[in-house]
Design a binder for this molecule. Structure first.
Ligand code: AMP
Length: 181
């Protein structure tokens, strides 16, 4: 039996964001479960992280949570996931999230989301992998980041075009359409 396609989701741990973003995360989890796509995520119950996991679990999806021990309390470890891995450091978490995933999707988030995203993008730039990285630009949340990246391309510090590294989607449906291609 082959393992299901696994989509790693990087997203905010804050509960103070737009409630619409929680719906978006829940919807992404639901779509993944319905398509038999496993979710790999940071293993917490907080913010969008918890919502994406709960969205998938509510529809019998396979959810892989990976959390460093020192964040288990802070991010409220989601022990009801299909797989719950406690690792020894942030680096181990990021490495395991990378190893367990076939593609990445970025939802609204903060610095941790950016940190995780840029690690995957820079590894891709260095040709350490060629996994799809999809930025879900819901309601243009990530437009400032896209503007910055285009500025870096125009200034000659980043080799374009942008979609060499990152693909932009506007909806959950589009994320899965892109993955199907
Ligand atoms: P945030 O977008 O700041 O809410 O963080 C989202 C997730 O990224 C959380 O699970 C953080 O633990 C994780 N994260 C990964 N790397 C970092 C980092 N260098 N700094 C802060 N959070 C990080």
């Amino acid at each position: 039996m082959t393992a299901p396609f696994a989509l790693c989701v990087f997203c905010g741990s804050s509960n103070r964001g737009d409630p619409d973003h929680l719906d978006l995360a829940e919807t992404l989890g639901r779509h993944a479960a319905r398509r038999n796509v496993a979710i790999v995520f940071g293993g917490g119950r907080v913010g969008l992280m918890g919502a994406v996991a709960d969205g998938a679990l509510a529809h019998d999806g396979h959810v892989v949570g990976i959390i460093p021990q020192h964040l288990e309390d802070l991010e409220v470890g989601h022990r009801d996931t299909s797989e719950y891995h406690v690792v020894d450091s942030m680096h181990s978490r990021k490495r395991m999230m990378f190893d367990r995933s076939d593609a990445f999707c970025i939802l609204p988030g903060g610095l941790g989301t950016l940190d995780e995203t840029f690690e995957m993008v820079t590894w891709k730039q260095l040709r350490l992998h060629d996994k799809p990285i999809i930025l879900l630009n819901h309601n243009a949340f990530w437009q400032p980041l896209l503007t910055l990246l285009q500025h870096q391309i125009d200034a000659g510090y980043l080799r374009g075009p942008m979609d060499r590294l990152i693909t932009v989607a506007d909806s959950c449906e589009e994320v899965f359409d892109l993955l199907n291609k």
